[in-house]
Design a protein around this ligand. Sequence first.
Ligand code: FAD
Length: 375
Amino acid sequence: MDTALSPELSAFRDEVRSFIAANLPDDLRRAARRTPSVFHDPDVSLPWQRILNARGWAAPDWPVEFGGPGWDAVQRYIFISECVAADAPHLAPMGLKMVAPVLMHYGTPQQQAYYLPRILSGEDYWCQGFSEPGSGSDLASLRLRADRDGSDYVLNGSKIWTTHAHFANRMFCLVRTSAEGKPQAGISFLLIDMDTPGIRISPIHTLAGDHELNQVFFDDVRVPQANRLGAENDGWSVAKHLLAFERGGVYAPALVARLREVERACPEDPVLRQKIARQAVSLEALQAIELKALRKEGPTAMYPSILKVLGTEASQAIDVLACDILGTPGWRAREADLPDDIAVTVPRYLNNRAASIYAGSNEIQRDIIAKMMLG
Ligand SMILES: Cc1cc2nc3c(=O)[nH]c(=O)nc-3n(C[C@H](O)[C@H](O)[C@H](O)COP(=O)(O)OP(=O)(O)OC[C@H]3O[C@@H](n4cnc5c(N)ncnc54)[C@H](O)[C@@H]3O)c2cc1C
């Protein structure tokens, strides 16, 4: 992007770059590089979030009135590019990028005043309670019951694949408040305190050996009706609004940085070098689409699905390239210079198989794109 930057944007990039250089501690940088998942544990992400928050930069996408820095789309892109180039920890998206925008859109002034500052400061750590056993792609079939009792709902059922539920003190959750009419019409969106009696968290270990995921059980869990976001039985609209933020986003800067690491470790093998060059060209195309999406040019409604498919599939292609390098004869001789990124190649490959499943599987995203294009 450097060649396209105006003097003002170059100055902005330099300001961000020097802030990161001066404030990102080496131990956090190293821990981030050695994390095989896109989800960095809170002992890595929260210290960095606090440093950014003190500078007013923890939530680049938020409007100024809620504590955002007031940057335009290109500034946000530059900021993300500089963070990933410096191996900064990834901030947990569930609070900052998922529940925050729906709080801004659907929340009461009281809910906004209470939750948003706690998200920015990292005091609240959120998890997402959408999927259930039997309700993933067909999310509207969810069954976790929320029955009215006085001023509360009483919840019974379970959620599954709940990323970082074991760290979170809050969950945003879709529950069934009515069995009448279409399944989508009987869902409500609740904000739940994870310390509420009756909530039990059971770990699920992934293929890569990580503990990121959980099943969460609810046995007669009382949640005040005041903790509902949006109207009763209108939770599906809230969820759809949120999913547009969960998908989409910005993939290319991190992938460009990863591909550079892979290239650095690559032996003089013409076939591998050609594959890396092809991938670099695809990333240029992805970057161009991301910038169009940020500027709201072109088919805006389709971008969340388009970028989710292209970004996650490019990241898996880079995993395969990194594994190919590990398998090159004679490569072990170079192990002494192993970049951190390559050292976690196999765990990352295994962990990242999930990228084309979570946030709505890529098959479902292709269905959404096809429906929008074909009507
Ligand atoms: C690492 C990871 C983290 C996750 N984190 C969370 C979280 O924090 N919170 C949360 O709520 N959920 C989370 N999920 C759940 C995720 O959203 C679901 O796994 C996803 O929506 C797919 O649902 P499913 O697993 O039930 O698969 P299914 O819906 O059973 O799908 C199985 C397969 O069938 C395909 N398929 C299904 N329907 C169709 C169709 N109509 N057309 C074409 N193909 C179809 C799918 O693409 C998939 O390949 C996470 C999942 C993973 C893997």
